[in-house]
Design a protein around this ligand. Sequence first.
Ligand code: ADP
Ligand code: MG
Length: 568
Amino acid sequence: VAEKQTLGFQAEVKQLLQLMIHSLYSNKEIFLRELISNASDAADKLRFEGINNAALYESDPDLKIKVVFDKDKRTITISDNGIGMSRDEAIEHLGTIAKSGTKEFFSKLSGDQQKDAALIGQFGVGFYSAFIVADRITVESRRAGLSAAQGVRWESTGEGDFSVEAIDKPSRGTDIILHLREGEDEFLSSYKLKSIIRRYSDHISLPIQMQKEEWDEEKKATVLKDELETVNQASALWARSKTDITKEQYEEFYKHISHDFQPPLAYTHNRVEGRSEYTQLLYIPAHAPFDLWDRNKRGGIKLYVKRVFIMDDAEQLMPVYLRFVKGVIDSSDLPLNVSREILQESRDVRVIREGSTKRVLSMLEEMATSEEQEQKDKYASFWTEFGQVLKEGIGEDATNKERIAKLLRFASTHNDSDVQNVSFDDYIKRMKEGQDKIYYVTGESYAAAKNSPHLEIFKKKGVEVLLLTDRVDEWMLSFLQDFDGRELVSVAKGDLDLGKLEDDAEKKQHEETEASYKDLVEKMKATLTEQAKDVRVTFRLTDSPACLVADENELSGNLVRMLKAAGQ
Ligand code: ADP
Ligand code: MG
């Protein structure tokens, strides 16, 4: 067991390492943020496991992170006394990329360095970012609960393989030792490291400690003392007062909890008092993750109880259609030993979920209805990234259906593009005199919907029609019969009732025409008994000779096509 073993990285790791060193070099100091973020996650995991097993704390209950450097050896060491890793865990977690969406990520790489750099920024590289500044990384770790003899040393030069061997490690947790590359000596400085920590990791709730530095009169230089000092604020960011938190701090905190490399689109931070007491700090990411469509994927909410980390991905705290929201909810009411099962049934949790849902919807409404261009652009960008997921809310969240409906955006015949930027309210403002319904057409694509023969009569009358072409639309429409008292009507279904849009003269003329074609229609019906349920004279076409329509109560043509494609 004690012998040293050499193992190869997973193929993606090699690819990622090369790509990352090139593309993130200009922002290389983020390595420290990533390693501190991991140390903080490791402390959270220990706290969580420690709730039911206090022995894991051994005789070392004060969780902290230490950052020290050695000018002679040219190393930086980041140490934590968190959960640590066993030998197997080190192999598993440091030799492979466990992230969901890894496959999709690699399939999107283009080979173009600039484009790939932007992508890798979205994907995030975590631990491996340390290879930007280090040509060798040694990880020494011991998992909480294992004996000192069950420590592990993991080492790699980031070039394809890594070694693992057993070591004695009396102290619990992990030391990450970076052997700096030639030319990276700027990081061997208290001043430099402190300023990076303050900039990126101030929000970490554990103390991050460094050796004190003092001026030595004799040596005429600063020297490092054995004494440690805490260099960050070391208090939970969400528990601080809003006015004490800068935008940058909010953004760095987001990057830490979401493992996203880009700043969020928007956030909201509130302390809720009353029936249930909790603090929420919720973020909307700027970009959809690679696995947004996986509805089984757990959400992005971290649950804390009175500042103690309880669990990641507490999906009960946010409805499925808001699964893209990231953040922290800190409850004052829940018990510390709360489990996923308890969460499912808890009344407090239901109250929190309802409150958080309303918060997110308000945040979206603010952007959507703002007069400021920046906010409008943000909403447009939100819609592009997450609009289709939000639509699921129409069917899932009966309570907030009206609010969600107001947030929907569609392509429309009013515009000459497939951009989805027309709201129901916009549509209603433009309705023709006498029009009392909202008309839409569904289709497989924008081109198909836009060129639908069903639109001809609407074009002629100058009536706007919404063009719905997303996969979820048909499903969504089955839950949305009206908006603000106006019926939603498919232009492709049943007997098209144009209501007051048709004047009496037109109606009379239509009846006469219909009567004159009676014989022909009967003949066609007889010939097409197998193929068509009914044959009618129509006035909805102006150029095309004929079109197929679905019965009012039947599945639309588009939905039938979709179901067929899905093998049903
Ligand atoms: P992520 O943090 O997004 O999971 P990273 O690449 O940063 O990805 O880290 C990979 C994994 O390595 C972590 O999920 C964790 O399991 C493990 N790990 C990294 N650093 C530590 C640490 N200091 N203590 C314990 N485990 C760690
Ligand atoms: Mg990480």
